[in-house]
Design a protein. Structure first.
Length: 183
């Protein structure tokens, strides 16, 4: 009797289509994308001298994208946040044979402040916002090995000039940690 009841139940299930579902694939949602933190140094070139965490400690902004380029004796690294055009930090290192006097006379911009404890000679300056571009904080120096280096932070247009002045001070501290001889 049990066999007839079980057999009748299976027949009913098959007749109603319950058995057909087993042949259809089950839709499984795709896995969430995996976010991978890639070091700035992985871009090569001058980016090997930068670290996103160290930049964030000094500039107060998290960058996560880096790109390097080289032209002749100049090496450049640009770092940005993935979804934003600004702010942007640019490091440029150029081999040079100039001396400290020539650096002071020909490279240091007008109205730049002298920086001590960085290379043979160094300066810092901040420019005001212009149009759609925000203020720019810049530090430039001549290394003991004769290389010219510049760290330039282009801020977003809503950044106030006093905040950019503070960024220039932060760039000096960051520059003092860079070993541009390693490039």
């Amino acid at each position: 009797m049990r066999g007839r009841i079980v057999g009748a139940g299976v027949a009913v299930l098959l007749a109603t289509g319950c058995g057909a579902e087993a042949d259809e694939p089950v839709a499984v949602p795709p896995p969430a994308p995996i976010a991978v933190d890639v070091a700035a140094a992985s871009s090569g070139g001058a980016c090997r001298l930068l670290d996103f965490g160290v930049i964030e400690q000094h500039a107060g902004f998290r960058f996560d994208v880096a790109a390097a380029s080289a032209t002749g004796d100049s090496h450049t690294c640009v770092v940005r946040a993935e979804q934003a055009t600004l702010p942007e930090l640019t490091l440029t290192v150029t081999d040079s044979s100039i001396d400290a006097a020539t650096f002071t006379a020909d490279v240091v911009p007008d109205k730049a402040a002298k920086v001590t404890g960085l290379g043979q000679k160094a300066y810092q300056r901040t420019t005001s916002a212009k149009g759609a571009a925000g203020p720019v904080a810049e530090v430039g120096w001549l290394s003991p090995g004769g290389r010219l280096a510049t760290l330039r932070y282009a801020a977003s247009p809503d950044t106030a000039k006093p905040d950019a002045d503070k960024l220039a001070d932060a760039l000096v501290a960051l520059a003092k940690q860079l070993d541009i001889r390693a490039l």
